[in-house]
Write a protein that binds this ligand. Structure first.
Ligand code: ATP
Length: 591
């Protein structure tokens, strides 16, 4: 079975693997509900046999039997809860493993969504459904007709009262669910805005402190808190009201059965034992019905979660199947083919028909003043932006579809404004690499010329950083970001807006590192900058203006163009370089 097939059937397969447990839970539920008849039966026998025969032996024997049955009932009830909890955990573990091992980076960290969205929430919700009382309520409800039938056997009139009671309870619960929906949603939204404010203060507490925003924040917090509280109270009032009504309804039905039973006993149509047993039985019927109807919204939610999970799995499977349209045998390390990207805010084009090809071992400089699209281009190559048109292949595979494991070995990225993990310097450089070792971490730091500065810190590589690395200078933050990018032994290294200060302070070291990576490791280095850096060894230079990429006319570029047009050029070199024009943009492209 290939990966795509494995994904398609993953959820069903996980349920099928636990089908034995589910069948056992269903069977045990039957036994549990059957054993619940022991109580009413005991009452019936006490009134109709023990009291009439005045037999203490019968009473003791019946009581002993009842206690035994109740012990079995308790054990079975506990056993089915444990079984379902383990089934839920097993289901979650299995699906999570499938999702995580087959997920593309873009599914794991979706653009514009704070939480990793990939089906993990759905799996967690489904585990909760299996684990909590919801499934048990369903299983108990399935056996309710058995109790109703017993009441009908005792007397049809009592049976009809019982059915009437079920109808009223269902109606009440349905009204509650329908009208509760909106209130619940509003309460969730209000609770959500409190959560957002909490996240905002965690993520931006430095900014709030430095800019004295706490006054405004307190106001917002108070408003949000008041709103959340009022909505929670309104929801609580509403549910309590219905809970009280349904409790009263259960009591009314039970006493109606008792009164009718008493009347039938007076008429000689029923024994006293049957009257008491029927009263008891009605509670057994209405309880599971009430629990089941309360769980209906949860059932609907679980069904939605199941659908959405299958959709996630199907989409990923389709992407994997579509991978056949990729070109794994391509000689190019990176192919940016006629790529356009639109702003999610305005819809305007941020990148316009950009094409760029690299076979590896190159240093490509892209220069552009502010807001021309350098960062967008870098992030697009990394697969973080949705393409309006064109495609980006890395080693023949669509960049946005690389799994996180694949991407880890492909890209090294030093962003313009680096942010960090709340963790040690070593963890930040290694990017939480499970196979990290101190030598590799310090080599990366040495390459970024940061080793000495880190060692000078009292805790060295174990110095704890916050996400802004506020204990470091801006220059050091950029060095650390560079070290993090070097650590990965990536095939494509993208350095966004290389700090010119860095080149002034550590030029030779960086140049040596770049040459080493390029020549020995065949790495493609893309440097995005505001001003031309004129690094020696630069293979190609481009300008990026208003999202358009064009060859920058430098001496080297002119020379290479001349070489290219020269008849004396070696055939192999001529095959390596060509000039293509896309969207009227002349570009030198390695083929
Ligand atoms: N996440 C985003 N959503 C919408 N528009 C964006 C986003 N990021 C960038 N842009 C827009 O894309 C354009 C290019 O931004 P980009 O950050 O790529 O510029 P840049 O060339 O890197 O500039 P600088 O050198 O100042 O960092 C800008 O007009 C910016 O407003």
């Amino acid at each position: 079975m290939n990966s795509a097939q494995a994904l398609r059937g993953a959820a069903r397969h996980a349920v099928r693997r636990g089908s034995l447990v589910l069948t056992a839970a269903f069977g045990i539920s039957f036994a549990v509900n059957l054993l619940r008849l022991a109580g009413p039966l005991f009452m019936l026998l006490i009134y109709d046999r023990v009291l009439t025969s005045r037999s203490v032996e019968t009473l003791v024997a019946l009581f002993g039997l009842l206690i035994m049955l109740l012990c079995v009932l308790g054990t079975l009830d506990y056993a089915r809860k444990r079984m379902l909890a383990r089934f839920g955990a097993q289901f979650q573990e299995q699906i999570e493993e499938t999702l995580l091992s087959h997920s593309g980076r873009n599914q794991f960290f979706q653009q514009g969504r704070a939480k990793p969205a990939l089906g993990l929430d759905e799996v967690d919700g489904l585990r909760g459904f299996l684990h909590s009382g919801s499934l048990i309520a369903v299983l108990d409800f399935l056996w309710t007709p058995m109790f109703v039938a017993v009441v009908f056997v005792l007397h049809p009139l009592l049976g009809w009262i019982c059915v009437g009671g079920i109808g009223v309870i269902c109606l009440l619960m349905l009204i509650r669910s329908v009208f509760k929906g909106g209130r619940q949603e509003q309460a969730n939204l209000a609770r959500g805005s409190i959560g957002k404010l909490k996240n905002a203060i965690v993520a931006s507490h430095q900014t709030m402190r430095k800019q004295d925003m706490s006054v405004g924040f307190k106001e917002r917090w108070k408003t949000a808190r008041d709103d959340a509280r009022d909505r929670a109270i309104s929801l609580q009032d509403w549910t309590s009201w219905f809970n009280s009504i349904s409790r009263i309804t259960v009591m009314v039905v039970r006493y109606s059965v008792l009164a009718t039973g008493a009347y039938l006993t007076l008429q000689g149509e029923l024994t006293a034992g049957a009257m008491v047993a029927a009263t008891f039985m009605v509670t057994r019927v209405l309880g599971p019905v009430e629990r089941f109807v309360t769980q209906i919204p949860r059932l609907i939610q679980a069904r939605e979660q199941w659908r959405s999970l299958n959709q996630v799995l199907k989409t990923r499977a389709m992407e994997l199947e579509d991978a056949y349209s990729e070109q794994p045998s391509t000689p190019h390390r990176l192919v940016v083919d006629n790529v356009s990207v639109r702003s999610p805010l305005t819809g305007a084009l941020l990148l316009r028909s950009v094409s760029l090809t690299s076979t590896g071992g190159e240093l490509i400089e892209i220069t552009g003043t502010s807001s021309q699209g350098k960062t967008v281009l870098a992030e697009t190559i990394l697969g973080m932006w949705k393409l309006s048109s064109g495609s980006i292949l890395v080693n023949g595979h669509h960049t946005g579809r690389l799994t996180d494991v694949e991407a880890q070995t492909v890209f090294g990225y030093a962003p313009e404004n680096p942010s960090f993990l709340a963790g040690t310097i070593a963890e930040n450089i290694s990017g939480l690499d499970p196979q990290s070792n101190p030598e590799k971490v310090s080599l990366a730091a040495r390459r970024a010329r940061m080793h000495a500065a880190i060692c000078a810190l009292p805790m060295g590589y174990n110095t704890e950083l916050d996400p802004q690395a506020s204990c470091l200078s801006n220059f050091e933050r950029n060095q650390l970001a560079l070290a993090r990018a070097f650590y990965k032994d990536a095939q494509i290294l993208i350095i966004d807006t290389l700090d010119s200060e860095m080149l002034v302070r550590i030029p030779k070291k960086l140049e040596t590192t770049f040459s080493l990576l390029r020549e020995r490791d065949n790495v493609t280095i893309i440097v995005l900058t505001r001003q031309p850096l004129n690094l020696p060894d630069t293979t190609r230079s481009y300008t990026l203006q208003d999202g358009r990429l064009a060859v920058r006319q430098t001496k080297a570029a002119n020379q290479s163009e001349k070489d290219h047009n020269s008849p004396a050029i070696k055939p192999a070199a001529a095959a390596k370089m060509s000039v293509v024009g896309k969207d009227n943009t002349p570009q030198i492209v390695r083929s």
